[in-house]
Design a binder for this molecule. Structure first.
Ligand SMILES: *Cc1c(COP(=O)(O)O)cnc(C)c1O
Length: 229
């Protein structure tokens, strides 16, 4: 196993190479280091290597890390990338830079209600089930357009884009990334303010180069940075 700093540098290089190959600006791809199940010491090590964006999947674990004295005063940007239940919204609101996994209107409504209460504005992404696998969370692609105006109308929360977890097979994954990109383009066409709707959160350790080639703006990489879980 390489060092965390070495892994981060290698991934950054691969992102840059995938951008050059497809004519994209490397600065337009943000790496979210997925630190779930990994200790604060490893997050600290990644931070010292220049990493600012971290992804967590479990509310309790996230809250412990967010409060950890070893991380508390660092300018980290936390991303909540797990499945978020309505009854957990109040625990994380105001503590994360971006919520990636909103997969139903009722959760977005709860998020909006709490954001109004706290007098803050919250950025979020809708998770889409692009693979059609029954085991995966996410809005069905065909339901997205139907519900878009309801999502857009909620106060104090801003839909910034879409997120997906692709199939394990990289060839299938690439098609699913393309589907997500097309869905974002259609959504932008119906939005009052498309300038806010710019993010595509897609690609993990085994398929982030395909995702970058298809337009990912946020990639979520865990294993390739921190090792096996
Ligand atoms: C765990 C996780 C990742 C990271 O996966 P790796 O294969 O370890 O890179 C990315 N996205 C989500 C939603 C995850 O739960």
């Amino acid at each position: 196993m390489e060092s965390i700093a070495g892994n981060l540098a290698a991934i950054r290089q691969r992102i840059d190479a995938a951008c050059v190959k497809t004519g994209r600006d490397p600065a337009a791809v943000r790496l979210v280091a997925v630190s779930k199940t990994k200790p604060a010491t490893m997050i600290r090590e990644a931070f010292e290597a220049g990493q600012l964006d971290f992804g967590e999947s479990y509310v309790q674990e996230f809250l412990e890390k967010e409060n950890d004295p070893r991380l508390k005063n660092l300018p980290l940007r936390w991303h909540f990338i797990g499945h978020l239940q309505s009854n957990k919204v109040r625990q994380i609101i105001g503590k994360v830079a971006l919520i990636h996994g909103i997969d139903r209107l009722s959760t977005a409504e709860e998020l909006s209600r709490r954001a109004v209460q706290h007098d803050i504005c919250v950025d979020y992404l809708i998770e889409v089930n692009t693979s059609g696998e029954a085991s995966k969370y996410g809005v069905k692609p065909e339901d997205l357009a139907k519900n878009a105006q309801s999502f857009f109308s909620l106060p104090n929360i801003v839909l910034r884009g879409l997120m997906t977890i692709a199939s394990p097979d990289p060839a299938l994954a690439r098609q699913e990334f393309r589907v997500l990109k097309n869905l974002l383009d259609s959504l932008r066409a119906t939005a009052n303010d498309p300038s806010q709707l710019t993010e595509l959160s897609m690609g993990m350790s085994q398929d982030f180069e395909e995702a970058v080639a298809e337009g990912a703006t946020l990639i979520r990489v865990g294993t390739a940075i921190f090792g096996w879980r």
